[in-house]
Design a protein. Structure first.
Length: 176
């Protein structure tokens, strides 16, 4: 005899055949597989999960994957936004300093800065924004098994702040 399921007990001695392929089509139970596959609605799932987060902490203590959480602390948004804003300020100050005779020290950005200012700004902000998104997603993880990624976010923020102060002093010296 089967155990009690949803408040009903099977009273006949016959086996339950409601889920067999030979079951009558007028069955009173609705098959959940008739609903659309939620895994095929990626954009909807991302938007819904962004506004209705469920995983605020990892399910397991050894969880180290980016998909283990879908909710992040609000301070990471503030740190990420500050980094991107400081990146934009850095791009503007770099272009201003180059117009006053300075040169780009970064060998990866030097060829780009010689061309269009718009392309330089888009590449700089795009690369920084992509890196910030990845660091924010991994904020609760550890880099190299030891360093909290959240520390790296703060380090990038402090680094950009220091760079802005340095560029402002260079600009002050060139204008005098």
């Amino acid at each position: 005899m089967k155990p009690e399921i949803a408040g009903t007990v099977e009273t006949s001695g016959e086996p339950d055949m409601s889920h067999s392929p030979d079951a009558p089509s007028g069955s009173t139970t609705k098959d959940r597989r008739d609903a659309p596959d939620r895994r095929k609605r990626t954009v909807y799932s991302l938007m819904y999960g962004s506004f209705n987060p469920r995983r605020r902490v990892a399910r397991r203590t050894d969880a180290r994957s980016l998909r283990d959480l879908d909710w992040h602390e609000p301070q990471w948004l503030a740190v990420a936004m500050l980094i991107v804003v400081l990146c934009c300020v850095d791009a503007a100050l770099t272009l201003t300093l180059i117009a006053h005779g300075a040169y780009e020290v970064n060998p990866l950005m030097a060829p780009i800065v010689g061309g269009s200012a718009l392309v330089f700004t888009l590449v700089k902000v795009g690369l920084t924004g992509s890196g910030v998104v990845l660091l924010t997603l991994a904020a609760r993880m550890r880099a190299f098994g030891k360093i909290p990624v959240s520390f790296l976010l703060y380090a990038v923020l402090v680094g950009y702040g220091t760079l802005i102060v340095y560029e402002l002093r260079l600009l002050e010296q060139t204008l005098l």
